[in-house]
Design a protein around this ligand. Structure first.
Ligand SMILES: Nc1ncnc2c1ncn2[C@@H]1O[C@H](COP(=O)(O)OP(=O)(O)O)[C@@H](O)[C@H]1O
Ligand SMILES: [Mg+2]
Length: 173
């Protein structure tokens, strides 16, 4: 079931494969320069979601959290993917001084885990994706588009993934 407020979208994930599939659809619909900010606690499914985005971009390499670097780069897909994990940043680090800001202008797709640690240095126009634990296997996912481009992306996602309207949308599997 989906709930929409304006162009925001909330839906349920029944397991890791489904979270991956949601990411997959966003990856398929992504365009050069698109940005996803993925927030949620440890184990919420951010990396699982990012793996789906990579698959949707037709990237075949295995995607893991960039544990020892801040960003991993994948060039084998339809567009380059830059996967950042800002977990270890202090929050007041300037992304420019640590060399991250250029990634937003390379014409790829950027996916950022722990964007709150970016301390306000991230571009404001982005598709915010929030994952919340419901229980062991279930997550609530909120898509919050900021800016016209992210709004269109979220709208295309909604159309592709959810069939029907009027609050009784059926989740495609
Ligand atoms: N509905 C779900 N969506 C995503 N992950 C889930 C779900 N249910 C259980 N999980 C498990 O939660 C963990 C999420 O891990 P991960 O994606 O690395 O989280 P994060 O990057 O947010 O720390 C995985 O072990 C996954 O199997
Ligand atoms: Mg992670």
């Amino acid at each position: 079931m989906t709930v929409s407020r304006g162009d925001e979208l909330s839906f349920f994930s029944y397991g890791p494969q489904q979270t991956r599939r949601f990411g997959y659809h966003l990856g398929q619909l992504a365009e050069a320069g698109d940005l996803i900010l993925l927030s949620g606690m440890l184990g919420a499914g951010k990396t699982r979601f990012a793996q789906g985005v990579a698959a949707g971009l037709a990237i075949e390499e295995a995607i893991n959290s960039p544990t020892f670097t801040l960003v991993n780069e994948y060039d084998s897909g339809r567009l380059p993917l830059y996967h950042m994990d800002l977990y270890r940043l202090a929050g007041d680090d300037d992304l420019a001084t640590i060399g991250l800001e250029d990634y937003f202008d390379l014409g790829g797709v950027v996916v950022v885990e722990w964007p709150e640690r970016g301390g306000g240095w991230l571009p404001s126009e982005a598709l915010h994706v929030r994952l919340r634990h419901v229980d062991h296997l279930h997550r609530m996912i909120d898509l919050i588009p900021c800016g016209p481009r992210a709004s269109e992306w979220a709208a295309r996602f909604k159309q592709q993934v959810f069939v029907g309207t009027e609050g009784t949308a059926t989740q495609s599997r």
